[in-house]
Design a binder for this molecule. Structure first.
Ligand SMILES: [Zn+2]
Length: 463
């Protein structure tokens, strides 16, 4: 297989063409092959369901060929006869693939099913319709489909595929043969990559294949694509994989945690800067959480604490323009808390302190009261913006500002100075004040504190 079509990408070359070339779905393959061997001529309709990237559409195409093949082997299509050739090269109108999720099909899928399904096949034995993401069909299209399935002409076969079985009408499900596809297990994926490396004469490390399998999140096509890309660098090693795909190895993560454990802020910051140069910090946070999950029993207290820090990072990292700064803020907080200092309250009190009341003199009750009073009420902001009419405004307000403090007659809003949000807020200022008054049952002034994006996120972290 390898030398015939060297110009094709690796992923295309290794896209299965027969049932036997598929991995991870043996429970289904076995039945389909047996079916093809016994009664490929007696026509049935199929529904292939399961998570994304489990080769449902690939199977549909193989099945279409197996039904039409002039020289099948063991239930597999031969991929050489005229009919297999016609399907492989898309040169027949008897084989139709419809993506129900695509807009181009939404309007005419009903007509396609009603108008064309009645005609005899022209070049193939059976006319095959593959409808991907079939749960997206309109009710009218489902009715047309149901009618065609209920009154089989003997020459048409529907192969439906979906990621959401529960959204397919029961009337359809009960009239087709359902096959459940499962996620491809890690060891089968690694074995598959191993075989490809052997066939392609790639030099490789087993650990690197495992890393690729993990990163591709069980999508075989992506895994092969990564293999293809890394092979350009030479050996498929963990080093090359991490370098090329901007991901980290377990060793990098482990050494990062060792540095964190030293509690040395300079060292930690230096390491963050280093990581930022060659790794995707969003992906790194995800990998660290995975690492913590696997190693939590090694040092439970430490990993629990550091997992909180990474949860905070994960929450913000997509919206934060400088992930390294975000990491530093988060680990700074981690270190402070580790030293059992409570910086949040101190910082806030310095800002708006009344002269006569110092922290030391304050009675416990007073302290408690003040903390409760200053505690940001996340829900309050959610409640207020949920009452706004425009969904865009609601989203923008949610993303760029939040309530920092509520006092007797004032509500402080912090804002990251996003221009659009700023303009919108100026327009809605009065309306928000009114909503706040209703919500709190008293007269309040809305006081907005503009901040830079960094200050804003820093403040969120301290909350
Ligand atoms: Zn064939």
């Amino acid at each position: 297989m390898a030398d015939v079509t060297k110009s094709q990408s690796l992923a295309n070359r290794y896209r299965p063409q027969t049932f036997d070339e598929m991995i991870g779905q043996q429970h289904i393959i076995w039945i389909l092959k047996a079916k093809m061997q016994s009664d490929s001529s007696s026509l049935q309709n199929y529904l292939l369901c399961g998570p994304r990237w489990t080769w449902k559409t690939t199977s549909a195409r193989i099945l279409a060929k197996a039904i039409n093949c002039l020289d099948p082997h063991d239930g597999n299509p031969c991929n050489k006869c005229a009919n297999c050739e016609l399907i492989n090269s898309w040169k027949t109108t008897d084989y139709i693939e419809i993506d129900a999720a695509s807009n181009t099909w939404v309007d005419n899928v009903r007509e396609v099913i009603i108008d064309q399904a009645g005609y005899q096949p022209i070049s193939l034995k059976k006319k095959i319709y593959v409808i991907d993401e079939v749960h997206m069909l309109s009710t009218a299209a489902f009715n047309a489909l149901l009618k065609t399935i209920e009154e089989p002409s003997g020459n048409v076969c529907f192969i439906l595929a979906t990621t959401e079985l529960q959204k397919v009408p029961q009337t359809i499900v009960s009239r087709v043969q359902v096959f459940n596809f499962k996620k491809i297990p890690q060891d089968e994926m690694v074995a598959h990559l191993w075989n490809i490396c052997k066939t392609e004469w790639f030099e490789f490390e087993n650990e690197a294949l495992e890393l690729i399998a993990t990163i591709s999140e069980w999508c075989v096509r992506d895994a092969i694509k990564y293999l293809d890309q890394v092979s350009v660098l030479g050996k498929i090693s963990t080093e090359n994989v991490s370098q090329f795909l901007w991901i980290s190895t377990d060793a990098t993560i482990k050494s990062f945690f060792e540095i964190v454990k030293t509690n040395d802020r300079n060292q930690i910051f230096q390491q963050i800067d280093k990581l930022a140069q060659w790794t995707d910090l969003q992906q790194f946070a995800k990998q660290c959480i995975g690492y913590i999950d696997a190693h939590i029993m090694d040092d439970t207290d430490f990993y629990l604490k550091v997992s909180e820090t990474f949860s905070e990072i994960m929450r913000q990292v997509r919206f934060y323009p400088y992930p390294a700064v975000l990491y530093k803020i988060a680990f700074n907080k981690f270190l402070w808390e580790g030293w059992e200092v409570v910086p949040v309250k101190t910082e806030k009190k310095v800002e708006k302190k009344t002269e006569q009341k110092t922290e030391k003199k304050a009675e416990t009750e007073e302290k408690k009261e003040e903390i409760t009073e200053n505690k940001p009420d996340w829900d309050l902001w959610e409640r207020i913006i949920s009452q706004l009419q425009s969904s865009t405004t609601r989203q923008v307000f949610k993303d760029h500002m939040t309530i920092d403090k509520v006092t007797d007659n004032e509500v402080s809003l912090i804002h990251d100075n996003n221009m659009i949000a700023k303009t919108m807020l100026e327009k809605e200022h009065k309306e928000i004040e009114t909503l706040l008054e209703k919500e709190l049952g008293k007269k309040v002034t809305l006081n907005v504190q503009w901040m830079t994006k960094e200050e804003y996120f820093q403040r969120l972290m301290w909350m």
